[in-house]
Design a protein around this ligand. Structure first.
Ligand SMILES: N[C@@H](CCC[C@H](N)C(=O)O)C(=O)O
Length: 285
């Protein structure tokens, strides 16, 4: 049986869709790692498995390129929304999908489904919900050591865990240097996604991202929401802002109850049919 994968990206954060209704393969951690590998596989920042069809809902499973499972991906949900339209699974303009973090609502903002708004769920700064070790508290502006250097850190969950570091200068190099230490720091039992945040003005922020299970990425939807949430919580921005990332810009709006709306674009790259040799190798893993 052939294995086909569809590749999309959300502002340069690229994902492969593995549709279980069209493909048969046991996705072991090793198989996921090989598929996402940029040299030996097709290459991507993650694998989206779905739609897993239930009675009245479609479920999306989100896998990082190291084979671990994520509760949520903002770009992943938008990409999945576009795939569901392209593959004819949905006809409505507004519907919801299930992820490990709960229900996400998807709205198409144009006919082609390339611009999508997603209700991402609620922000929480509470340590037990992120999760983080230590006494229960909101993790706001705490000093944490990453690689023996102290940083002021605000931590937040938007379904998955984030650690936001507010700085006056940010770069890819610094995101990688800090991220390598913060990702698996002891205080984050489920590991963490890291964002370096630069506040441009009250409606614009810039971030550099180091994702849990993926490393440096050009964009991340949940990271954009987490950084926007942290900036707003610290009183640095208005509730509605543009989040500038190396791969492009997301619009993020924080509502009064702490729920977050994210709007951004999705691009389609193409369809990949894996070689017989590759399928054999994946089946052996
Ligand atoms: N790229 C994503 C986030 C993917 C999951 C993340 N690496 C995690 O493990 O939580 C996004 O667009 O949000």
């Amino acid at each position: 049986m052939k294995i086909t994968l569809e590749k999309y990206h959300g502002l340069g954060n690229d994902y492969l869709i593995f549709d279980p209704n069209k493909n048969e393969l046991k996705l072991t951690k090793e198989a996921v790692r090989l598929i996402c590998n940029r040299n030996f596989g097709v290459g991507s920042d993650g694998l989206l498995v779905g739609p897993i069809l239930g009675e009245d809902k479609m479920t999306l499973k989100i896998l990082n390129p190291d084979g671990s499972e994520a509760e949520l991906s903002g770009n992943g949900v938008r990409i999945f929304g576009k795939y569901l339209k392209d593959a004819g699974y949905v006809q409505k303009n507004h519907f919801s999908v299930n992820t490990l973090s709960g229900e996400q609502q998807i709205h198409y903002l144009n006919e082609e489904g390339t611009r999508i708004k997603v209700s991402m769920g609620h922000l929480s700064f509470w340590s037990d919900e992120i999760p983080m070790t230590g006494p229960r508290r909101e993790v706001l502006n705490e000093t944490m050591m990453f690689g023996s250097i102290p940083y002021r850190v605000t931590c937040v969950s938007i379904g998955n865990p984030h650690c936001v570091i507010w700085l006056s200068d940010i770069s890819k190099d610094l995101a990688c240097r800090i991220g390598r230490h913060s990702e698996a720091a002891e205080c984050f039992p489920e590991k963490v996604n890291t964002e370096l945040l630069r506040v441009v003005d009250r409606t614009n922020i810039e971030i550099e991202i180091y994702e849990r299970g993926a490393g440096y990425t050009l964009a991340s939807g949940t990271s954009g929401c987490a950084a926007a949430g942290a900036a707003y919580k610290m009183g640095l921005t208005d509730p509605k802002m543009y989040v500038h990332m190396p791969g492009g810009v997301l619009e993020v709006e924080i509502e009064e109850d702490g729920s977050v709306l994210m709007t951004g674009d999705v691009g389609y790259v193409g369809k990949f049919t894996l070689s017989h040799e590759m399928v054999e190798q994946l089946r052996s893993l």
